[in-house]
Structures are given as structure tokens and as C-alpha cells.
Design a protein around this ligand. Structure first.
Ligand code: HDD
Length: 715
């Protein structure tokens, strides 16, 4: 068994929950019991041969295949029907199991929901992360919004909190959802592009629908290219409500904040990873969970008492607006940890189905017009994807009792042994919960008005918060935003589209509009479209979420080696990084044995196995890089064009690079990282230079003839 396998087995014990126990009832074939089991048909008949179709043959082994072969027919027919419709949005994703806990009962003043107030509970959860635009087989690291959908299997039923990694949405009213999605999806004429919003139709739509301006800023910021699903925030986005035992109602927004901080890829990295490892985020989640680096999020709520609904200059029911934390503080009340990957993708990740309308007692909806429409849409889409009995599927069914008069329909699994299937009935089956007890009840909201297709007055303002977000970014985040919008608009070839959008940008910020317009040939403004209000907050920049103590937990660190590397140094580095819970990966000239300093090449005994060949895994797939000493090894690195590119690329992506002795000479003389100071002798033990390049002069670097390290000019 591999190391990861051993760790996985050891971790299984701590990842049990009511939901896992429930799923194990249908996990009929745990992997360790499969060995040696007999192959059967679906109707259970053991079969002797699953490799050859029944034929009429004269003994030569060839001849026409017979349709009467029910075993072959079953195999092919099952296969023909393996696919179900992919999700109309968020088709590409991955998922994991976990647990949710609250710290105390502080939220009792807002809600009766046990899941939010009972600290003795460990509520099982399943989370599905996703991209939005691409189809099921698209790449993970595209620029896009990320879905963050959480199913909480509470004692009072399932609560689905179906959010994103961005706190606002493109549109205010659900009736516009088909328009925004048609616009962003591949164009109808040619079905391009895949996994991209960089095309005419998306920018055409958002240019004409300015309520999207705020979310476009977020999506084009570094939030659109997360480093990992584990390193992004999650937001319920819509305004929900909480009800307490006194009959009071509060408006609420839900937040997830990652323990590891919010981190992004560089755009150049993201583009390359799309090709080098399209499953980068899926694998990242699996690697973290299987090595015990369980991803964790803190859970927070922003709460507004009903009486204060109208106290703000924005409408708190408008999903294109955040509630600034300076106005509505974030209260952290719990946490969620993901601790178990799925056993099989399809029945768990593909069949999991979320509905915003699934809430539990103590939680309710608001008149947020986006949420109201979502509450219709999700149930409907699950019927078309999975059929009317989708809630009976193992991953979707609650861990508390389910009992009602719903019956029949395709793929019904439950058998209810009752002679009545209606209420009221003479047998007193399916009695609703008495009023004085628990059970879901709607808040008695007074509603009166005129039927109209309209939006509230405050819904008409679209730029204040887009500007607020832009103002809150650090200079480097602003630079990335300019580059991102420029990339996207450069992919639009209709001048009407990029001219319209650059004009719109001038309503957000003059400098932003000018830079983008100059880059893409848009309309360069001569004066601001509207004044910049100058307001900002630290809480919108992703730097705000850096962990209090810097951590390398679960980071992937490459150690570049060639024959002749210093093994003692590598062992020391690996041990030190393991203490910080990082993973280390030896990258060498070949996957197989590489021979350390002082050992004969190919001696058959002292080789060290590398994890990857340096062509096989590029620097983009790692967070940092270490180059140990060893003269012969450093020379070999210097001679490889690929290695030089590897190291320069890591440097270009601002990755931390460490080098020791001859490794540092290689950096200085061959890779020639610009503007860096290096350790040059034994006395300058360690030099931390700009851009996170750290060199250690364990040896007198002066003794290594610099000019013996030459760059291979092929690269
Ligand atoms: Fe949605 C899927 C998030 C608005 C209609 N949505 C879906 C998923 C996420 C979101 C994370 C994937 C769930 C999964 O992993 O299975 N959607 C959002 C957020 C929104 C939002 C945060 C704005 C606040 N969505 C929205 C609107 C509508 C929909 C306004 C329709 C009126 N969304 C759907 C859907 C999907 C979906 C078509 C496709 C697959 C599914 O529901 O299960 O019904």
C-alpha cells in the first residue's frame, strides 16, 4: 500500500458521521472486499466470460455475433445509458464530506435552528465546489466564479446553502438568469469558447446590463482564479432570514472564511495549468484530505434586525450588493472541516443535488427577488437531471426520518408499508407536527401591494459598490484586474462590445477605464464618468484573509535534483518542511533513481527515487522550490534548458525559491534571476532577497568556479 493509502486508512476512523454510516449501507462493495468476488449480470447470475461476444463460429474463432447474447446486450445497454444531463451551469466540480459545528449558543438570540445554536452537535456536511461556465470535462483553473454548495444533514432535515466564492451576483432578478447564462456560455453559432467568458456575447450582455458591474469586478479580480478550492471564501450571496423563539425576524448573510487564507494563481499560471493539469483543483482537494491536511472554514453571519431593513443607502435584498462589515459586523459562530473524499464520483458528486429552498426550522427566505426565483429553479432542474425521486438517492437523503404521502414516480426506491397514502386518514399515519412543537413554520410576514413587474428604487444604483470594491484592492490586485479585463476584451472582436464596456468602466473608475481602453483599443475617457466616492474597506481585498500565523500547511514544494545532489541537505529540507505540514516532491531528470553525491551512478543500491521527471511536472504545479547543493548536480541543472525555464518561470510567478551552496550558484550564474542578492560565503549564512528568493551559503561559493555553470541555450 502506498504511503497515502496508509494515511487514508488511518484517517478513516476519524471521518465517520451519521451520513457516512448512512452511505455505507449502500456501499455494497467496499474496495477491500472486492478481491476475488464473482462477476455477475445485473440480475445476479454469475458469468464465465465478459470478454467475448457470443458468436457462431466454425471453430476458427470468427463468425457473426449473436443478438441473443443477453450478457453482451446488457453490458452495452447499461453503457449506452451511463450519462445523465450535466448541470446546466456549474457542470464541472468536485466534492467532499465533512462536519459542521457551532462554538456556542450565541445565535439563539437570532434563531431557533439547532444546527446554528447547539454546540453539542456535529452536523455531517457534503460540499460541492465547481466552476460555472464550462462543461463537465472543462479545466479547473479557468477564470470564472466558483460554486460553493454546502449540504448540511441536520437533525431537522437537510439545509442546502448554495453559494459562490464571490459575495454578489450578476443580476438582481431571477428572471434574468437565462439571459446572463446564455450570454456567458459558448456562443450559439459555433459553441465556443469553452471555460471562458472572454467572448463577445458575455461582454455585450454585461455592457448593456450595468447591474452586473459589481460582480464583473470581482470575477475579473484574482478571486476568479483561486489557487485552490481550499483557499477561497464562500458566500450564501442571497439575503436569508433567521427567526428566534420570541417570534422576531432578522435578515442574514452567510459567510465561509478559509483557515488557510484566500489565495489565487497568477493568470499566466492558471492558463498553463489548464493544459498541464486540467484537474488541478480536484487533485488538490484529494491530496489535502488524503494526507490529513483537512480544509477548514470559519462560518460567519451578518445580521440585520427586521426593523433596520431600510437603514442603508443600498437595498439589503439586492444580491448585487455586499453589506459592508463596517456597517454590519461579521460574527463568527462556527466552523466546517472537510475530512473525507467520496468513494465513487458519480453517485456522490454527480448525483448530489442542492435546492436553495431547502432550509430548516429557524431559517427562512427574504423577498430578495433573486432568491425567490432560485427557490423555484433548483427543484425543477433536479427533476430534469435526476428524476422526481432524486431526494431518495443516497447522497441526497436526510439522516433524520422522512415520512409523508409522496408516492410513486420513476425510480422510486422507498417502500412504505401503509394502506393509506393521504392525510387525514383513519389510521393516523403522517400526522403533521402539532403547532406547539417544532416543525417548519413560515414567519407571519405581512404582505400587501399591487402586482407589478418592477424593481425597488435602490435597486437602480449599480456603480457605488463596484467602485467600493475597486478602491479596496491593493495596487497589485488593481493591476491584475486591469490585465484580466484587458485579456477578456481583447478576445472580443466586435468594436461595439469593447467600446461599450470601456465606457461603462469609466463609471467605476477613471484610471481603470483609461488603462483598459488603451490596452484594448476601447474608448479612452477624457474625464471620469462619475466622481469616485473614495470609500474603501480592508475586508474586500483578499490579503485581509491571510492567516494570522503564516503557514506552509499543505503547500506543494518541489526539490530539484540531478545526479550528484547533496542528500543530507535534501533529507534536512524534507524533514523541516514536513514539520510545517507541507508536501515535498523530488523532481529530477528521470522518474526513477537519481544518485546523490559520493555514490557511483547506477550502483543499484543508493539511488533515491524521484516523484517526477522535470518535463512531467512543471513549476506551475508547485507553490515553492528548493535547490540543494552538489556541484555535479548543479552543473546538470545548469545544462538543462528545461530546468532553467522551470526555475525562471517559478520566479516569474513570484514563488518562494530556496537554494543552498552550489544550488545558489546555479541560480546566480545559470538561471540568472534578476535583481537578487545571493549568499556568497560561509559567513553570510542566509540571504533573504526580494521576491522571496532565499539562498544559504553553506559552502564558500567563491570556490565554485562560476563560469563552469553554463546555460543550455536551447531553451
Ligand atoms: Fe445557481 C446551480 C450558485 C443564481 C439556477 N448555482 C448552482 C450551483 C451553485 C449555484 C453553487 C451548483 C450546485 C451544485 O454543485 O450542484 N446560483 C448560485 C448563486 C446564485 C445563483 C450563488 C446567486 C445568488 N442559480 C441562480 C439563479 C438561478 C439559478 C438566479 C435560476 C433562476 N443554479 C441554477 C440551476 C442549477 C444551479 C440551473 C444548475 C444545476 C443545479 O442548479 O443543481 O438550477
Amino acid at each position: 500500500m502506498s504511503n497515502i493509502g496508509v494515511v487514508k486508512q488511518a484517517l478513516t476512523a476519524v471521518t465517520q458521521s451519521k451520513k457516512i454510516a448512512d452511505l455505507q449501507k449502500v456501499t455494497v462493495t467496499p474496495e477491500n472486499s472486492l478481491k476475488g468476488q464473482t462477476h455477475t449480470t445485473d440480475h445476479g447470475v454469475p458469468i464465465r466470460d465478459t470478454d467475448n461476444w457470443l458468436k457462431v463460429t466454425d471453430g476458427s474463432g470468427t463468425g457473426p455475433s449473436l443478438l441473443e447474447d443477453q450478457i453482451a446486450r446488457e453490458k452495452i445497454h447499461r453503457f449506452d445509458h451511463e450519462r445523465i444531463p450535466e448541470r446546466v451551469v456549474h457542470a464541472r466540480g468536485t466534492g467532499a464530506h465533512g462536519v459542521f459545528k457551532v462554538y456556542d449558543d450565541k445565535a439563539l438570540k437570532y434563531t431557533t435552528a439547532g444546527v446554528l445554536t447547539d454546540s453539542s452537535r456535529s452536523t455531517p456536511t457534503f460540499v460541492r465546489f465547481s466552476t460555472v461556465q464550462g462543461s463537465r470535462g472543462s479545466a479547473d483553473t479557468v477564470r470564472d466564479v466558483r460554486g460553493f454548495a454546502v449540504k448540511l444533514y441536520t437533525d431537522e432535515g437537510n439545509w442546502d446553502l448554495v453559494g459562490n466564492d464571490i459575495p454578489v451576483f450578476f443580476i438582481q432578478d431571477a428572471i434574468k438568469f437565462p439571459d446572463i447564462i446564455h450570454a456567458v456560455k459558448p456562443e450559439p453559432k459555433n459553441e465556443v469558447p469553452q471555460g471562458q467568458s472572454a467572448h463577445n456575447n458575455f461582454w455585450d450582455f454585461v455592457g448593456l446590463q450595468p447591474e452586473s458591474a459589481h460582480m464583473v469586478m470581482w470575477a475579473m479580480s484574482d478571486r476568479g482564479i483561486p489557487r485552490s478550492y481550499r483557499m477561497m471564501q464562500g458566500f450564501g450571496v442571497n439575503t436569508f432570514t433567521l427567526n428566534n423563539s420570541k417570534g422576531e425576524r432578522f435578515f442574514v448573510k452567510f459567510h465561509w472564511i478559509p483557515e488557510l487564507g484566500v489565495h489565487s494563481l497568477m493568470w499566466d499560471e492558471a492558463l498553463k495549468i489548464c493544459g498541464q493539469d486540467p484537474d488541478f483543483h480536484r487533485k488538490d482537494l484529494e491530496e489535502a484530505i488524503s494526507t490529513g491536511a483537512y480544509p477548514k472554514w470559519f462560518f460567519g453571519i451578518q445580521v440585520i434586525p427586521e426593523a433596520n431593513e431600510n437603514d442603508f443607502d443600498f437595498d439589503i435584498l439586492d444580491a448585487t450588493k455586499v453589506w459592508p462589515e463596517e456597517l454590519v459586523p461579521l460574527e463568527i459562530i462556527g466552523e466546517m472541516t472537510l475530512n473525507r473524499m467520496v468513494d465513487e464520483y458519480f453517485p456522490e458528486v454527480e448525483q448530489v443535488a442542492f435546492c436553495t429552498s431547502h432550509v430548516v426550522p429557524g431559517i427562512g427566505f427574504s423577498d430578495d427577488p433573486l432568491l425567490q426565483g432560485r427557490n423555484f429553479s433548483y427543484f425543477d432542474t433536479q427533476i430534469s437531471r435526476l428524476g422526481i425521486n432524486w431526494e431518495e438517492l443516497p447522497i441526497n437523503r436526510p439522516v433524520c426520518p422522512v415520512m409523508n404521502t409522496h408516492r410513486d414516480g420513476q425510480m422510486r426506491h422507498r417502500i412504505t408499508d401503509s394502506s393509506v397514502n393521504y392525510w387525514p386518514n383513519r389510521k393516523d399515519h403522517y400526522r403533521p407536527v402539532p403547532k406547539e412543537h417544532d416543525g417548519y413554520h413560515e414567519f407571519a410576514q405581512k404582505v400587501q401591494g399591487i402586482k407589478q413587474r418592477v424593481r425597488g428604487a435602490k435597486f437602480q444604483e449599480h456603480y457605488n459598490q463596484a467602485q467600493f470594491f475597486y478602491n479596496s484592492l491593493t495596487p497589485v490586485e488593481k493591476e491584475h484586474l486591469v490585465s484580466a479585463i484587458s485579456f477578456e476584451l481583447s478576445h472580443c472582436d466586435d468594436p461595439v462590445v469593447y467600446e461599450t464596456y470601456t465606457k461603462l468602466l469609466n463609471n467605476i473608475d477613471f484610471e481603470l477605464a483609461t488603462k483598459v481602453a488603451q490596452n484594448v483599443g476601447g474608448v479612452v475617457p477624457t474625464s471620469p464618468g462619475r466622481p469616485n466616492h473614495g470609500k474603501s474597506t480592508p475586508t474586500l481585498s483578499q490579503f485581509y484573509y491571510a492567516p494570522k500565523e503564516p503557514t506552509i500547511k499543505s503547500r506543494r514544494i518541489a526539490i530539484l535534483v540531478a545526479d550528484g545532489f547533496d542528500q543530507a541537505q535534501v533529507q534536512a529540507i524534507r524533514a523541516a518542511l514536513k514539520v510545517g505540514s507541507a508536501t515535498t516532491w523530488l523532481i529530477g531528470p528521470r522518474r526513477g533513481s537519481v544518485y546523490p553525491k559520493g555514490v557511483d551512478f547506477g550502483d543499484g543500491k543508493h539511488g533515491v527515487s524521484t516523484d517526477h521527471h522535470w518535463e512531467g511536472q512543471r513549476s506551475t504545479l508547485f507553490d515553492a522550490l528548493v535547490i540543494p547543493g552538489g556541484a555535479k548536480h548543479a552543473q546538470a541543472l545548469a545544462n538543462s534548458g528545461r530546468v532553467n525555464h522551470w526555475v525562471r518561470e517559478a520566479f516569474g510567478h513570484c514563488k518562494t525559491i530556496g537554494a543552498i551552496g552550489e544550488g545558489a550558484v546555479f541560480l546566480r550564474e545559470a538561471a540568472q534571476l534578476p535583481g537578487i542578492e545571493y549568499a556568497t560565503n560561509l559567513n553570510s549564512d542566509i540571504v533573504v532577497s526580494s521576491y522571496g528568493v532565499v539562498t544559504v551559503g553553506k559552502i564558500d561559493l567563491g570556490t565554485v568556479a562560476a563560469d563552469t555553470l553554463k546555460i543550455n541555450q536551447e531553451d
